[in-house]
Design a protein around this ligand. Structure first.
Ligand SMILES: NC(=O)c1ccc[n+]([C@@H]2O[C@H](COP(=O)([O-])OP(=O)(O)OC[C@H]3O[C@@H](n4cnc5c(N)ncnc54)[C@H](OP(=O)(O)O)[C@@H]3O)[C@@H](O)[C@H]2O)c1
Length: 335
């Protein structure tokens, strides 16, 4: 039985720089009832993802901005508690773009049923979901590592980076990670068996550190962070190197014009290919990616971590923490 009222989180203001608690507003609203073709969901898990920072800004992007004073929405998992659709029944677990609230009414065809017996349902927001698929297609289709090549991954201990590095290792690459804390460095080396890891937060000369970690140069770069870390790497690119430009989190909170590295000379010198991508570009191959990730997970060829905090009240801090390096692995909120 759903309660008559519940909490939801609205975008209170468009943040300047890193969002703060003032960016978010908690509202207590009535719980709705489903109409024909709709279901009432109890939210079980919410995903907080760096791309959502872009949606807090005004302006054109590959996905429209969040509206001010409207609920924030993103990847989420819910349980059907009331159904007025023939395709979903009470107790079904579904994934979709859910608003940040404890209960929501959605159309049944806007969510996808998942099988909770295959893997913990939260993995559909991480290793078996959007971040895992991003890593798979970025490595498989853009980095295309060959046996013995050197692949560098920035943001290496996060949801996407930790998967990308492990996939590159499956393909026989020598993998060098870049991450921000001692704990992350230890995790990448000891648990994920990365060949080298650079802690950028304590490294004064990133170029020298990369040269030491990559004595044979860099054949592929899976870039999650952009900015000065990437700037230090470009001179090390080998002939025909590939760069999968997955994200640029170091710039997401920049105010004003971001002064970037001039990358062109390095691409020309190395005949290198740099390709930006979003995971949705590969939507017609999600089945392939999901099956591959599930197979590797079952074989133990890849593993994952989730950083789970509990309670809808924790959602803003969990989101803000992404930009402060507080998460190891996929950041998730359990409701
Ligand atoms: N192209 C796509 O379709 C797609 C899909 C999903 C994600 N992405 C992108 O992939 C990247 C990783 O996403 P994710 O979901 O896996 O997040 P995540 O890596 O799990 O979490 C963010 C991490 O980024 C690092 N970080 C934060 N601020 C930084 C800064 N200023 N400089 C360097 N590192 C910083 C932090 O780790 P440290 O402690 O190591 O700094 C933090 O833990 C993001 O850029 C995201 O936008 C792209």
């Amino acid at each position: 039985m759903a309660p008559s009222a519940h909490y939801q989180i609205l975008l209170a203001e468009r943040p300047e720089g890193i969002p703060t608690r003032d960016t978010f507003h908690f509202d207590r609203v009535s719980t709705g009832s489903p109409e024909s073709g709709e279901v009432l969901l109890k939210t079980l898990y919410l995903s907080v993802d760096p791309y959502m920072r872009g949606r807090m800004n005004e302006g054109k992007s590959y996905i429209p901005p969040f509206e001010l004073h409207e609920p924030i929405a993103g990847g989420g998992i819910g349980e059907v508690v009331e159904s007025r659709s023939s395709s979903l029944k009470e107790g079904d677990i579904v994934i979709g773009n859910l608003t940040w609230e404890e209960f929501s009414v959605v159309t049944a065809d806007s969510v996808r049923k998942i099988d909770p017996s295959l893997a913990p349902v939260s993995t559909h927001l991480g290793i078996l979901g959007m971040p895992g698929l991003t890593a798979y297609f970025g490595v498989n289709d853009i980095c295309r590592p060959k046996q013995g090549e050197t692949v560098v991954v920035s943001g290496a201990a996060g949801a996407v980076g930790s998967a990308a590095g492990q996939i590159a290792k499956i393909y026989g690459a020598r993998v060098v990670g870049i991450a921000g804390t001692d704990e992350k460095v230890r995790y990448l080396k000891e648990e994920l068996h990365f060949d080298e890891v650079i802690q950028y937060t304590t490294t004064e000369d990133m170029k020298a550190a990369l040269e030491k970690a990559c004595p044979d140069g860099v054949d592929a770069y899976f870039d999650n962070v952009g900015g000065s870390i990437s700037e230090a790497l470009y001179p090390l690119l080998n002939k025909y190197a590939r760069i999968a430009q997955c994200g640029a989190i170091s710039t997401y909170n920049s105010t004003g014009e971001d002064v970037g590295p001039r990358v062109q000379q390095y691409l020309v010198k190395a005949s290198a290919l740099m390709q930006g991508f979003i995971v949705g570009d590969f939507s017609d191959r999600f089945q392939e990616g999901s099956e591959k990730l599930a197979e590797w997970l079952e074989q133990g060829s890849i593993t994952y971590r989730e950083n789970i905090v509990e309670g809808i009240q924790q959602t803003p801090d969990a989101f803000i923490g992404l930009f402060k390096g507080e998460n190891l692995g996929k950041q998730i909120v359990k409701l």
